[in-house]
Ligand binder design. Structure first.
Ligand code: G3H
Length: 195
């Protein structure tokens, strides 16, 4: 069995401010996480020469993977966070106040709701298809450093969760979800590296 390690980027400056989207750098806690993650991956994949590290094209994932040494890194646009379109850069409070209809429609059907000029969860699930094909083809471990909405979809795929649950799955910060694809099914472990 070969592990797939899923993790969100370290806390970003916008996570701290409650803003969605954008291309922020890491907060102080996020900076700490990237060091802990590198240590963890170094140990966990010590004897795995062919492993690779996959990030999105957004700097918070690239920075988070930065200190991981010894493995090739690949950037995938398909691993970028859900595109919040006109709401990019806003807080949920601001969306609720300034665009109440949008806020309500998303609340009603978070899976299908598409941000104006942005994406829905269904869009994200669709664009992840090539990533999933490539992940299944890999024989060596892969560390995926991505974003909450994207990891919800990837996690749901590998653990066989129903579509409608995807937007509500918890994928906490600073936690590694290790999925092992074996002949007998899927095994899962979680490593919480920080609070
Ligand atoms: O910025 C986007 C969030 O990571 C996705 O969270 O789909 O629960 O709003 P949400």
């Amino acid at each position: 069995p070969r592990p797939i390690l899923l993790t969100r980027h370290g806390e970003s400056q916008d996570n701290v401010r409650g803003r969605i989207g954008g291309d922020p750098a890491l907060s102080e806690a996020g900076e700490l996480y990237k060091q802990k993650l590198a240590k963890f991956v170094g140990k966990r994949l010590e004897s795995e020469r062919a492993a690779s590290i996959w990030t999105s094209t957004l700097q918070r994932t690239i920075l988070t993977a930065g200190p991981i040494g010894g493995f090739p890194k690949i950037q995938w646009r398909a691993l970028d966070e859900i595109d919040a379109g006109v709401c990019d850069g806003m807080t949920y409070e601001e969306i609720k106040k300034n665009m109440p209809e949008e806020y309500e429609s998303r609340k009603k059907d978070k899976l299908r709701y598409r941000y104006p000029r942005g994406e829905s969860y269904l869009d994200v699930i669709q664009r992840l298809e090539p990533v999933i094909i490539e992940l299944e083809r890999q024989r060596a471990p892969v560390v995926v450093v991505s974003h909450q909405a994207v990891l919800r979809a990837l996690y749901a795929y590998f653990t066989d969760r129903p579509l409608k649950e995807i937007p509500h799955i918890e994928v906490p910060l600073h936690t590694i979800i290790e999925i092992e694809l074996g002949v007998t099914g899927v095994q899962e472990k979680r490593y919480k590296l920080m609070d």
